[in-house]
Design a protein around this ligand. Structure first.
Ligand code: PMP
Length: 360
């Protein structure tokens, strides 16, 4: 078996233990005589798989009882539309904080449904920081406040939980969900595409406070109404069964590792190793303000960009892949989600040190 260290932003590396379990159970799941892919979503085996996945996620994130957990499709991108569809509650306005490319996408979609107030924007400094809440200009009539708590492309992560009082706070947590404990009760909605820190693409997790259900206007398509999804336990139609099964195995893997507090400790250590090397070496730069450097997505540039190609080629030869930065920003980006072993970060740091020594 040859596994590389895969630094892709998503779909991203999965824990090898989970992949091996999937392999072992693939053809005949627990004596069912079939794979999970082939099971009825309404049969007792799959119902049990889905119920356990939800229970384990609730335990990991300590999700309060007055929140629903939805397993949907359409990616985080569909949530850019479902959030205004379900949360405007007859109001015509919503607040958005613009911290980068994913905030911009969310704002663009929301504009199809309401008047968007950009309460703060980091565009003035090329999306390299999170504007402190003291600088936000919230609209008192806004139906909700939307934030992107980790910008996957810019590598910018919130270092605080915004306080929006009685106005529901909505977070796109796609690229750092499960990387640390969060106080779910501070949010009205948390949503995330699965393909980074949860499981395979095709599954979207939405955690929504119950009082925010049932407000979609009457013309809302059935599948896009949170309440209908909640009332049907995410099985109004056929859910992405295999992705839910694999996500459930990832949740069990996280529990066995010690839960989210332990993951946070590991993630801090991994991120510090990488940022530490970048800081200590003039050959590499981080474009992000230190307080908002993401623990999950680490963009960096080489002092001599003409060496980018050689860097990527040599890294690949060392089994370190998918390090090319997003096409919109260039440079490099190492995504180091939960499933990236610390040994992978160590290998990257050692390679970067050696590359700088040879070319610096
Ligand atoms: N939000 C963030 C923060 C993301 O990183 C991504 C995917 N890279 C998206 C939204 C879009 O997710 P999806 O592809 O699941 O629609």
């Amino acid at each position: 078996m040859t596994r590389v260290y895969n630094f892709s932003a998503g779909p991203a590396a999965l824990p090898v233990e989970v992949l091996q379990q999937v392999q072992q159970e693939l053809v005949d799941w627990h004596g069912a005589g079939m794979s999970v892919m082939e099971m009825s979503h309404r049969g007792k085996e799959f119902m049990q798989i889905a119920a356990e996945a939800e229970a384990d996620l609730r335990e990991l994130m300590q999700i309060p009882g007055n929140y629903k957990v939805l397993f949907l499709q359409g990616g985080a991108s569909l949530q850019f539309a479902m959030v205004p569809m379900n949360l405007l509650r007859g109001r015509g306005k919503a607040d958005y904080v613009n911290t980068g490319q994913w905030s911009k996408k969310a704002i663009g979609e929301a504009k199809k449904f309401c008047q968007v107030n950009v309460a703060a924007s980091a565009e003035d400094r090329n999306f390299s920081y999170v504007p402190p809440q003291s600088e936000w200009r919230l609209d008192p009539e806004a139906a909700y406040v939307h934030v992107t708590t980790n910008e996957t492309i810019g590598g910018v992560e919130y270092d605080f939980t915004p306080d929006t009082g009685d106005v529901p706070l909505v977070a796109d947590a796609s690229s750092h969900i499960l990387s640390k404990p969060v106080d779910v009760s501070r949010y009205g909605v948390i949503y995330a595409g699965a393909q980074k820190n949860i499981g395979p693409a095709g599954l979207t997790v939405v955690i929504v406070r119950e009082d925010l259900l049932g407000h979609a206007p009457s013309g809302t398509p059935t599948m896009l109404d949170y309440k209908i999804q909640a009332d049907n336990e995410s099985m109004y139609n056929t859910p992405p069964t295999f992705a839910i099964y694999v996500a459930g195995l990832v949740f069990k893997w996280l529990k066995a590792k010690g839960g989210l507090a332990e993951m946070e400790r590991i993630n801090i250590r991994k991120a510090q190793k990488l940022y530490g090397l970048i800081e200590s070496n003039d050959f590499y730069q981080s474009p992000v303000a230190p307080a908002n450097r993401s623990r999950m997505n680490v963009p960096f540039t080489l002092a001599r960009p003409e060496l980018d190609e050689a860097f990527l080629k040599e890294a690949k030869a060392h089994g370190l892949v998918q390090l090319k930065g997003h096409r919109s920003v260039g440079g490099m980006r190492a995504s180091i989600y939960n499933a990236m072993p610390e040994a992978g970060v160590d290998a990257l740091v050692a390679f970067m040190q050696d590359f700088a020594a040879r070319h610096g």
